[in-house]
Design a protein around this ligand. Structure first.
Ligand code: GDP
Ligand code: MG
Length: 162
């Protein structure tokens, strides 16, 4: 079964997206950043196609350096384990140096990587999300994991590239 991993900084909404795609509540979502300590796996069937979805966790790092280290490790695991990676970013937090570094790392990977911008709950955030084109990617997917916006389009594109 193909494997899809969601990676990204703490609090961008990885677990919320995982639950939204899974269709049930499994991963722990909290108002505290970095609540998913471990990796969370689910077998998901969308558009009649099964795949394994991984929610990557982490702790709340004490420093920028620890954050980067955690994201490198998380991304490296996903690169080894997954057939496709969803790199999730947060329009509220904006584009950060850690995102830039991880994006550069993921661009070198010989696997499909989808760049998805979360917390695009409305028109205002839709415009703000254009900031992420600075990552040098051709295509961005905007989603609101919390409100279920853009999810079908993202999932359809995941399945297209598996
Ligand atoms: P994770 O650390 O990346 O797994 O992030 P979580 O899924 O735990 O979510 C972190 C916070 O972001 C929670 O308070 C969520 O309710 C919130 N959140 C997640 N998705 C959205 C969204 O689409 N819009 C908004 N406004 N908040 C969201
Ligand atoms: Mg989480």
């Amino acid at each position: 079964m193909p494997v899809v991993a969601i990676v990204g900084r703490p609090n961008v909404g990885k677990s919320t997206l995982f639950n939204r795609i899974f269709g049930r509540r499994k991963a722990l979502v909290e108002d505290f950043p970095g609540v998913t300590r471990d990796r969370n796996y689910a077998e998901v069937t969308r558009f009649e196609r099964p795949f394994t979805l991984i929610d990557t966790g982490g702790f709340e790092p004490q420093s920028q350096e620890r954050l980067l280290q955690q994201m490198r490790e998380q991304s490296q695991l996903a690169i080894e384990e997954a057939d496709l990676i969803v790199f999730l970013l947060d329009v509220q937090q904006g584009l950060t140096p850690a995102d830039q570094e991880v994006a550069a790392m993921l661009r070198r990977v010989d696997k499909p990587v989808l760049f998805a911008i979360n917390k695009v709950d409305g028109e205002r955030q839709e415009q703000a999300a254009a900031e992420f084109y600075a990552l040098g990617v051709e295509e961005l997917f905007t989603v609101s994991a919390e409100h279920g916006l853009g999810i079908n389009d993202l999932v359809a594109n995941i399945l297209d590239r598996l």
